[in-house]
Design a protein around this ligand. Structure first.
Ligand SMILES: Cc1ncc(COP(=O)(O)O)c(C=O)c1O
Length: 418
C-alpha cells in the first residue's frame, strides 16, 4: 500500500520483473514507475504521465493573470518549435476539449462553406472525420480503405484528377485504431501535385514522429495534449499556416471551435476566449520541458520505437501475430490478432493483464478479433518486457496452448501484402 499525503491507493497487483534482463538492460536508465502505484496505461491517451507532470497541476492559476498568459505564449512557441524548418509561416492555436474537437475545429475553419474534402479513411478516426463533415453540412468524398489498408498516393492523385471540385485532402498520420503509419509523404505529394490543400490529423503521432508541415505543403494539422507530448487530457491544438488562419475568418460553423477567432484573441491578449483548462495547461508546459530534455521529437520517438521493438518481439516469441507487417507498424500502438485457441477470451486476458498492472486496449477491427498494446507514455523497454511476461503468465493461466491466430486472420493480413 502506498500512502501519499492523505490519499491512500491500494495496489492490488505486483509487476513481475522480467528474468531475461541482460547486464546492458540493467544499466539502461529507467523511468520512474507511477508513484501512486497506478497501473500502466498501454493505451494511446490518456496515457501514463510522469509525476512531475501531475505535480504541476497542484497550483491554481488565474486565467487572465500575466503568469498564465505567459504560460500560454510559452506553450504555443514550444509547440511551434517542434515543427522545425519553416515554422515562421505557421502558428499554434490551442483549443479546449479533446482531439476530436480540434479535428472538427480544423475542418470547420479551413474548409470554406463551399469547399469539398477528400477524406482518406482506413479506420475509426478517418470515419469520424467523415462523419464530422456530415455534421458540418459540407461536401466530402470518402476514400474508405476498410480497417487498415493504407490510402496510397496514386489513389489520391486519381480521385483529385477526376473531381475538380475537391479543395482539400484530409489524412490521418497514424491511424490509431490499427496502429498503421499512413504514407503521409506520398499523400502530401499527390495533394500538392493536384494543387489542393492538405489537412492532417496527427493526433497520436505528433511529438514522436517527425512532421514538417512546410515540407509537406500542409495547410494545418491537429494533435492533442494527452498523446506523444505526454500531458493530461483537456485540450488540443491546431498548427496552421498564418496566411490560412487569416483567410479562415468567417468560415467556422461554430463559435467555440473557430480557429481564427481563438487565434485572433490569443494574438491580441494571450488569453483563451473561454475558460481554459488551467491545470492541464500547466501540466502540459511541464510535459513539454520533459519532451525537450529527452531530445525532442527524435528522442521521444526513439524511446517509443524501442518500446515497440521490445514488446512486439516478445509478443511474437509467445506466438502472437501482428495485424501489420513491420513496414506499416508505428511506434505508437500495435494491433495483435487474438489467438484461435478456444481457451483464449479477450475479456479474461484483459482482466489478467489488469491484475498484473497493465491496462491494454480492445481491438477495433471489424473482420477478426484483435487487441492493441500502446507504446506511448512514461514507459520504457523494462516496462515492455514486464508486459510480455504478464502476457505469458496470462496465457498460462487461461490454459492457452498456442497464441497463433485463426487462419482467417492471416488471410486478412495477406491483403495488405498484396
Ligand atoms: C488519430 C486520432 N484522431 C482523433 C482522435 C480523437 O481524439 P479524442 O478521443 O481525444 O477526441 C484520436 C484519439 O485517440 C486519434 O488517435
Amino acid at each position: 500500500m502506498i500512502i501519499f499525503n492523505d490519499f491512500i491507493y491500494a495496489s492490488s497487483f505486483t509487476i513481475t520483473e522480467p528474468e531475461t534482463m541482460t547486464g546492458d538492460d540493467m544499466t539502461a536508465p529507467q523511468l520512474e514507475s507511477p508513484r501512486l502505484g497506478e497501473r500502466y496505461l498501454l493505451t494511446p491517451g490518456p496515457l501514463t504521465t510522469s509525476f512531475a507532470t501531475k505535480e504541476a497541476m497542484l497550483k491554481d492559476w488565474g486565467s487572465r493573470d500575466d503568469d498564465f498568459r505567459a504560460m500560454t505564449r510559452d506553450l504555443r512557441s514550444r509547440l511551434l518549435g517542434l515543427i522545425g524548418r519553416g515554422s515562421d509561416a505557421y502558428d499554434c492555436v490551442p483549443i479546449q476539449g479533446s482531439g476530436s474537437y480540434c479535428v472538427e475545429a480544423m475542418l470547420g475553419s479551413f474548409v470554406p462553406q463551399d469547399g469539398k474534402v477528400l477524406v482518406l479513411a482506413n479506420g475509426a478516426y478517418g470515419q469520424r472525420a467523415s462523419t464530422t463533415m456530415d455534421y458540418l453540412g459540407r461536401k466530402k468524398v470518402l476514400l474508405d480503405k476498410g480497417d487498415y489498408l493504407p490510402p496510397r498516393g496514386e489513389e489520391v492523385a486519381a480521385i483529385l484528377t477526376n473531381d475538380p471540385d475537391i479543395t482539400h485532402v484530409f489524412a490521418i498520420h497514424c491511424e490509431t485504431s490499427s496502429g498503421i503509419l499512413n504514407p503521409i509523404e506520398e499523400i502530401a505529394e499527390a495533394t500538392r501535385a493536384g494543387g489542393r490543400k492538405l489537412l492532417i490529423d496527427s493526433m497520436s503521432a505528433f511529438g514522436a514522429l517527425p512532421l514538417h508541415p512546410e515540407e509537406l505543403g500542409c495547410t494545418a494539422f491537429a494533435s492533442s495534449a494527452n498523446k506523444c507530448i505526454e500531458g493530461v487530457p483537456g485540450f488540443g491544438f491546431v498548427i496552421a499556416r498564418k496566411d490560412e488562419i487569416k483567410a479562415a475568418k468567417g468560415n467556422s460553423h461554430s463559435l467555440s471551435l473557430d480557429v481564427h477567432a481563438q487565434w485572433a484573441t490569443m494574438e491580441k491578449t494571450s488569453q483563451w476566449r473561454f475558460t481554459p483548462p488551467t491545470h492541464v495547461v500547466a501540466a502540459f508546459v511541464e510535459a513539454l520541458k520533459q519532451h525537450e530534455a529527452e531530445g525532442g521529437v527524435a528522442g521521444r520517438g526513439a524511446r517509443y520505437m524501442r518500446n515497440r521493438e521490445v514488446m512486439v518481439a516478445g509478443m511474437r516469441s509467445l506466438g502472437f501475430e501482428t495485424l501489420l507487417a513491420d513496414r506499416w507498424l508505428s511506434p505508437i500502438i500495435t494491433t495483435f490478432f487474438c489467438p484461435a485457441d478456444p481457451a483464449f477470451s479477450f475479456d479474461r486476458f484483459y482482466d489478467l493483464m489488469r491484475d498484473k498492472g497493465f491496462i491494454i486496449y480492445p481491438g477495433k477491427l471489424t473482420v477478426v478479433e484483435s487487441f492493441r498494446v500502446g507504446c506511448i507514455g512514461q514507459m520504457d523497454e523494462t516496462v515492455m518486457r514486464a508486459v510480455v511476461v504478464a502476457a505469458k503468465e496470462a496465457l498460462e493461466h487461461m490454459g492457452v496452448a498456442s497464441a497463433a491466430p485463426p487462419a482467417t486472420a492471416l488471410e486478412e493480413r495477406k491483403r495488405l501484402a498484396a
